[in-house]
Ligand binder design. Sequence first.
Ligand SMILES: [Ca+2]
Ligand SMILES: [Ca+2]
Ligand SMILES: [Ca+2]
Length: 211
Amino acid sequence: MKQYLQQAILVSIIGVVFAFSVPAQASLVINEIMFNPDAVGDTYGEWMEIYNPGGALDLLNYALKDGAGSYTISSSLVIPAGGYLVFGRNADPAVNGGVPVDLAYGTSLYFGNTGEPLSILAPDTSVVNSVDYGAAGFPAPAGASICFTGSGDNADGANWLAASDLGIAYGAGDFGTPGAANLTTSAVPEPGSLLLIGSGLVGLLRFNRRN
Ligand SMILES: [Ca+2]
Ligand SMILES: [Ca+2]
Ligand SMILES: [Ca+2]
């Protein structure tokens, strides 16, 4: 009996040591992409937003990759637990359309307006997350970002919405929520409900005239 107990304790200790020696797999989400700004030129106003559903993580030596190039983060940059970071062409809100950019990647990346495979790579070059927004089903707005709804797989275009349909503008007037949670339903009334309100008002006016 004592021997079994000793074995059980040993197995538990090995289990605990193993659990602590295997690094937790980072889980980062490509959450929002502005590939075709309108308020400013694309060479100033493109950006992408990353969401961290896990614990705080230092992105030193992580890389962002597009279809042709890549950008490696060369200094400490912590994304908080449950937080967002925005990577953009240009960090100056006076010229980038008013985007709060946490880190500028300059000319290293370019987001094609008809689609581009974007990835986040871990320091060991393993792919943490990948989205090809040129795939079938992805929205392709101008002057608005595309936003992951937060449910299902973000590689599936059916789980993305155009920010122009959600009605929240930033900075110089393009649509999107850089650095903040995405909306998943529209902030503006549907055209149908506007029509309903309109016809209700007309009805009320007629009613008032008759009385
Ligand atoms: Ca572009
Ligand atoms: Ca544009
Ligand atoms: Ca957002």
